[in-house]
Each structure stands twice: as structure tokens, then as C-alpha cells.
Design a protein around this ligand. Sequence first.
Ligand SMILES: C[S@@+](CC[C@H](N)C(=O)[O-])C[C@H]1O[C@@H](n2cnc3c(N)ncnc32)[C@H](O)[C@@H]1O
Length: 391
Amino acid sequence: MAGLQHSLSLKKNLDQRARERFTSSMRAWVLTDLAGQMHADYEAARTAANQNHDSGEAVHQFLKERGLFKWYSSLRCATQELVWQSVLRAIENDPQSLNKHQSESPVKASGSLTLDSTISLPAYAREMDVHLMPGNYQGGEDHDTAAGIIYDNGLDVFSFGVMGQNLDDIGHSMANFTRLKWSNLNPDLIVDVGCTIGHNTLPWKQAFPSAEVHGLDVATSCLEYGHARAEALGVAIHFRQAGCDALPYEDKSVDVVFSSMFLHELPTSMIKAFFAEAHRVLKPGGILINMELPPNDAISAYDAFYLDWDGFYNNEPFYKEFRDLSYQRLCTDAGFKADDFFQATMPRFTYVSETEFAETAIADASFDGDTGRLSDTITWYAFGAQKSLSV
Ligand SMILES: C[S@@+](CC[C@H](N)C(=O)[O-])C[C@H]1O[C@@H](n2cnc3c(N)ncnc32)[C@H](O)[C@@H]1O
């Protein structure tokens, strides 16, 4: 846990801090030590049974009845629930925090918030508590303004200190990768689609100070909180309520369309609609870049099983469907040229030197057990395409 570094953070007493630290440490143990034991148990059992598995599904079927897999899965589910419970307890103890971002938010930058009451969370996202988050991105009945607060505080506990000081390393990594790879880009307008509360939107303004940076999402409560958070951190971001299938921009008017941890929460038809919109609004030479989990066909059967776990046990219904797709095909179906597709793997920008980051990020993508796997050795994966200059 890094602890939130802005003035909207919840007031927490010692008990609450202890509960959060326990949950974070437990998650770190489950996702590193216990996960390592489960992998070793798998290799030993597979060798003893003289079996080879060529897909994540086959590994999953083989492991399902093994004690270590059950132990790992139960603890991951339990700690996932504890993440949200620990935050809800803190909100109950500090009920004023529910309105703090609406009433007291300090305005330090010149960003904006534009809501559209005709837009709401699509049914696929409303109908269940995605990754077991109570009330989803819209907030529950008791906490209808709280989704942003729950997400911000929950992610801090969930990520056990591996996502950067402001939970923004993905944004720093993707923005700086873009800056280094396309050094002549000079963007005027950068749009982060499905930004939630803007954790990974702010770094784009920091990497490209002269660009206008927009954060788009469908969830009112997240956008309101995200706007207050960005102002409190002194970074000018323009938050807008909009769906990814109807981007509110003219044709050929945007330099970068970015998303992070977004596509795996969408049905395939929505991803396709988003990519078609991205292709429409991008200027020739503009960049579509998505930080995501790596595709199943690039990694080992065991790693595919490991990353798809959430699709079976963590209310992530589109996870596996998405990771089974050809990411290049998603881009070409939307109008990008096959030669303009890219994918990259990179260390966390805020944890290494820029030289080390650049060397790895700009080289060809390379995949191993750390790619996209939450731990303190995680490497990020990104894919997308540059829009052809001749379109
Ligand atoms: C996992 S979160 C994205 C996390 C965020 N990009 C980050 O880096 O912190 C998924 C977000 O997608 C939003 N969302 C779901 N469907 C959407 C759609 N059709 N258009 C725009 N946003 C959508 C949800 O409201 C939610 O905030």
C-alpha cells in the first residue's frame, strides 16, 4: 500500500489502517508466495501424471481438484472481498468523506467536468459487481456518490504498492512509451477512454504538458471524484461523460486514443465499436494505445490459466473471451493497417531509470510469467496501432 497522496483521502483510524495493511500483505503473499507454490505443485503433478497441456483451459481442468489450487482460489476471493470491506468500513467511520469531493475539493488546476444525463453504465456493467466491487462503478444504493472513493481507496489496498505512488504507473509507462517511440508526435489532444477516476490519465498531461488531455467514462460518480482528485493534485484534465462507442469528437481530430485495463471489461461487440470510433477520430499518424493483459496466444498455457483465473472466479465475464481474441485483428477490422499494429512490453516507468525503461519498451515485445501479472516484478503490456498517414 502506498497510501493516497491527495487531500480527498479518507480519514482512517489505527484499526482501519491495520485492516488495510493486513489485506494488502495477505494479497501480496497469495499472489507471490502461494502462487509460486501452486505453480510448483502443478509442474510436479503434471510430470508425475506424464501430461502436457497446450491451453489455459487444460491447465485449469487439471488443477481444479488440487488442494493448493483451491487454497489459492479461496484466499484470493476472500482477500478481494476484504479489499472492498476495508474501504467501506472507513467510509462508514467518516461519512463526510462521501461528499468531500463534491463540496470541498480544492481547485488547483484548470480542468473541467462535463456530465451528460442521457448516458449511464451499459447493462453488461450494471448487472453485476465487477471484480466483486460493491455497487460497481455507479455506487450502490447506500453509497451512490461513493464509487470513485471506493475505487481509489480500494485500488490502493488491492495493488499492494506495485502500481506507483499515485496508483498511476501504468499511465506514466504508456505516456512515456508513446513519447519515446513516436518522438515527432507533438500531440494537441489526448483522450483516455474508460478512465474511471483518472489514475492513469494525469500522467499524460505530465508527459505532454502542452497537450489537452481528456478523460472519458460513462460513470457519473467516478468522473465527479476523478475531477476533484485531478484538481487536488493540480493537474488540468477535462473529464467528459461519454461512451466508447460514440466518441464526442470530429473525424481526424485526436492525436492519441488511450485505454488502460478497460477492454477486458467489455463485450467484444463494444470493443469493436470502440476501435472503429478510435480509427474515425484519430488524425492520420495518430496513435491508438491500449494497456491490457497479454493475449493468450503469446504466453504459456500455465500463464494463460493464471491470468484467466479472474474470468472464472472474480466477476470478470469478458476476461477470457477478450484474451482469446487476436489483438491485431481487432485493429485491422477497425480500419488500421496490419503493418501499423504494434505491441510492447515494458518495466514500470516510475520504478526504473528512463534509460532502462526505453531500452526494454522500444525493443520487440517479449513475454514471460511477469507479463501483466500483479507482483513487484510485473511488466506492462500494450498494443494498438498508428493510423496510416494515407487514410
Ligand atoms: C477497469 S475500469 C478502467 C480503469 C482505468 N482505465 C484506470 O486505468 O484506472 C473500467 C471503466 O470502464 C467504464 N466503462 C464501461 N463501459 C464503458 C463504455 N461503453 N464507455 C466508456 N466507459 C465505459 C466503467 O465505468 C469503468 O470506469
